[in-house]
Design a protein around this ligand. Structure first.
Ligand code: ZN
Length: 81
């Protein structure tokens, strides 16, 4: 049973954020739908699949949580790329 430290959530079981069509990649000028939410102590950023792949190594060094919903990409009718 987790007690004092269970606020360090592991990404696999994360719920609480639902992506929708209005969520867009935060990299600037990227029109793609966001599928990954990266949480930092100072805020949150959304990434499309392509840009999360591009920056993943750097992002996960600083993020305390990553909500990766890329498995839903093919479950929706709207193609994201
Ligand atoms: Zn993007």
């Amino acid at each position: 049973m987790l007690t004092a430290t269970d606020n360090m959530t592991t990404s696999a079981s994360t719920v609480g954020y639902l992506f929708n069509k209005q969520d867009r990649c935060d990299t600037g000028g990227c029109p793609a739908q966001a599928w990954v939410l990266v949480k930092f102590l100072t805020g949150e950023l959304l990434f499309c699949s392509h840009h999360f792949d591009t920056f993943e190594a750097a992002l996960i060094k600083h993020a305390y949580e990553v909500v990766d919903e890329r498995h839903q990409i093919n479950a929706k009718s709207e193609p994201s790329a």
